[in-house]
Design a protein around this ligand. Structure first.
Ligand SMILES: *Cc1c(COP(=O)(O)O)cnc(C)c1O
Length: 388
């Protein structure tokens, strides 16, 4: 296999038109030459496209690229990251099963586990990463899955993937890792024993804030179950979005290098500055799991958090003084983005739940974009000054 970026650029099928760049297959279904060919394709005896809810050349190309990047065998592309989170759990578990999850999760994933799945008798328990020795006590006889997100959104907690892989193997659990923040360019959970890797492709894989998409990747026998579920429940990605995301994979490596380089500079610059209680970035030495980040990630990622002195009102005044950086809920965009998790993405959690995962009232999440890092620093610095 060639290098990461080469594979991400050169993985492409070509039609008889001999196009250089992959076309968009905007078609809901595919034709057969005969009744017999239709029968054999439906029976899985011959490979071939049937219907875009099942598979489409654009989604297949995207899946192939991301599987190569993650070191996974097969996958499914979905309409959004949440469809991937939902599909990975719903397809592999059934009524009466239990999920053990790390407490720091994306807001909607938390809603899934605490409000959606219990309706169908799938329950969950949260564990704290400061407390690995006690996770065995959190297992129930019906625990089937270990669900993690690392680095976590927005607290940037790092979970030890080597520990998780061993724990899952020892207790016969399906290990699912949401690899959205790191992307396969920085971290490959399958290497550490993850059976399923999920993505919100909306974030760094798109990288320019244009389309939604999700991925569920993993071992063939598990993906077969996921495919059965998604084919018949219908969270299929649009061919247009899959085409967009496959194109974006071509630039993932260069974009991530720049995101990481700038984020690292910005984190170091603001660390210790007055008015900021804490700057968190996985590759800063002061990060509580710095050694783990270094072990399992090749770079620190593109997200930095600043915990501002003065709580919610200061955080909001700070945001209102920004001139360039966008106020929006997305991340992983070419444009730098600021979010105040306590009043937006994680507002549905109670204050106590937020504190447990490090979402302090003054916490600001900065998704460092691809603008010149000096311009990002300037905007943040001016807003800090003016919001004192
Ligand atoms: C955004 C996000 C999701 C959800 O993805 P969508 O594409 O918005 O549905 C899931 N997990 C993490 C970590 C995310 O950041």
């Amino acid at each position: 296999m060639a290098h990461f970026e080469t594979e991400s650029i050169r993985t492409q099928s070509r039609t008889n038109e001999r196009e250089h760049s992959a076309p968009i297959f905007l078609t809901s279904s595919f034709t057969f030459d005969s009744a017999e060919e239709a029968r054999a394709t439906f029976a899985d005896e011959t490979p071939g496209n049937i219907y875009s809810r099942y598979a489409n050349p654009n989604s297949s190309e995207l899946i192939e690229k991301v599987c190569q990047a993650e070191g996974t065998e097969d996958g499914v592309a979905t309409a959004s990251g949440m469809a991937a989170m939902f599909g990975s759990i719903a397809s592999l578990l059934q009524q009466g099963d239990h999920v053990l999850a790390a407490r720091s999760l994306f807001g909607s994933t938390h809603q899934l586990l605490t409000r959606v799945f219990p309706k169908w008798g799938i329950t969950s328990t949260y564990g704290d990463i400061s407390d690995y020795q006690n996770w065995e006590k959190l297992l129930h006889p019906n625990t089937k899955m270990l669900f993690l997100e690392t680095p976590s959104n927005p607290g940037l907690e790092i979970i030890d993937l080597e520990w998780a892989g061993k724990f899952a193997a020892a207790h016969n659990l399906i290990l699912v890792v949401d690899n959205c923040f790191a992307t396969p360019y920085l971290q490959q959970p399958a290497k550490w024993g993850a059976h399923i890797v999920t993505h919100s492709a909306t974030k760094y894989i798109d990288g320019q804030g244009r389309v939604l998409g999700g991925l569920i990747l993993g071992k063939k026998e598990l993906i077969k179950e996921v495919q059965f579920f998604t084919r018949h429940t219908g969270p299929a990605i649009s061919p247009f979005n899959a085409w967009m995301l496959s194109k974006s994979m071509e630039t993932l490596a260069v974009r991530m290098d720049r995101h990481c380089e700038s984020a690292s500079k910005i984190a170091s610059y603001f660390e210790g500055k007055s008015g900021i209680n804490e700057v968190k970035y996985p590759f800063l030495k002061s990060h509580p799991q710095h050694h783990l980040a270094k072990k399992q990630m090749s770079q620190g990622g593109g997200i930095v958090t600043l915990n501002l002195e003065g709580g919610i009102s200061r955080a909001q005044r700070f945001i209102d003084q920004l001139q360039m950086i966008s106020i929006t809920a997305n991340l992983g965009d070419s444009r730098s983005i600021i979010t105040h998790p306590a009043s937006t993405t994680h507002s549905k959690l109670t204050e106590e739940e937020r504190e447990k995962v490090g979402i302090h009232p003054g916490l600001i999440r900065l998704s460092v974009g691809l603008e010149h890092p000096e311009d990002i620093v300037k905007d943040v610095e001016r807003a800090l000054e003016r919001s004192k």
